[in-house]
Write a protein that binds this ligand. Sequence first.
Ligand code: MN
Ligand code: MN
Length: 476
Amino acid sequence: MKRLIKNGTIVEADGLRKADLVIEHGRICAPDPEPETEDNAEIIDASGCYVLPGGIDVHTHFNIDVGIARSCDDFFSGTRAAACGGTTTIVDHMGFGPAGCNLHHQLMTYHQAAAGKAVIDYSFHGVIQHVDDAILEEMASLVSDEGVSSFKFYLTYNHKLNDTDVLRTLARLGEIGALATVHPENDAAISFLREGLVAAGHTGPMDHARSRPLECEAGAVASVISLARLANDAPLYIVHLSNGLGLDYARLARRAGQSVWVETCTQYLLLDDRNYLREDALKFILSPPLRPHAELEKLWAGLADGSIDTVATDHCSFPYSQRQQMARGDFRCCPNGLPGVENRMQLLFSEGVMKKRISLPRFVELTSTLPAKLFGLWPQKGHLGTGADADIVIFDPRLSNTIRHADLHDNADYCPYEGMECQGVPVMTLSRGKIVARAGQFTGQAGAGRFLRRKPFDRALLARHRRIQSTQGDYS
Ligand code: MN
Ligand code: MN
């Protein structure tokens, strides 16, 4: 049976239109000459609402083993929460595997973890934890045979790459049509600062932030951008950018025509480092840490002026109870990461669109269209044109609510945005034409989500976007 979404305002990255959407076989189809009626279609009335492409969150960590703990959301509870918040696709960053394992090892581990559980479509970013000739060779088969066309490497933590390996990785990924994503923080600077703090007995939550100030991140951003230029201009995607200095370095490179792409996350737009003074500060331990308040406006400016491309969550949840048990007064023992996959769409809608910091089309671009284009999901995902998957979120801008963890669908025991009031509520989510969430209730099914084989990075598609962006000026 067909579905018809009537009377809504359809929003895509290129603008708004008043139109009905016809859905059949899980896809958007062209309107029939014969209008749909209640006899031949299920009618969804979207009067007064915005009908948007479902959200694509390209930075989650479900079921991740971080060595000292495993996150509490698996591919069922994580995608269930995503669906209830209006997100219809996630691309998960795999965790590290056993030392020396190859790329396929983690891919197979993650396929097993997600199959039968995910309620919305999903994919994985490859993870590079060491570099040798065999790994460089193997990268190509992930792109062409497995549909994994992006990879992540780290400049800190146990499996950090040195500059030689970063250069070899970037050159190889550029050559095979993959997008390199990077966690940029200067490991030596963090170790230096951390040792000083610990020697002086400073191990509280605020010392976590003091041990990795924004210069640690921004310096690594500048460095890795330069390395990408030297590696035959390999495309580079900066994950979870948290500060204005790093953004300025990315802006400089983009102005010079370099293929550098920037993601920020909801928490860096809305939460600042004063949270580390709270009694429950352990709820906010993540890396990079929350920043001084002045950084937030710099990131909002980047959303408005087009220099940030995507907003993700880095959803990686550890219950507050577990954080307290493990930390025992030492930030080094607290697992890192925040939940938030269910809150991203609503928070950016409320704080961004309703407060007039970004336009509705820009909201769609940041949450769905550019994620799809950057990560090889376009044109199957990221818009509502004929032939696209019917992945849809309906927002009612007239409704408001207050975020309460009790109303959310993840497995954590808290929400970092508890008590925030939101204007605009996602009232329905459809995944390939099926209603997976309605009025805050989950209506989907474990295992309904499909693994998405992603296409290689498309330089021409993205270059076209960049030209449009530079002629449109700001979006406000
Ligand atoms: Mn990270
Ligand atoms: Mn992450």
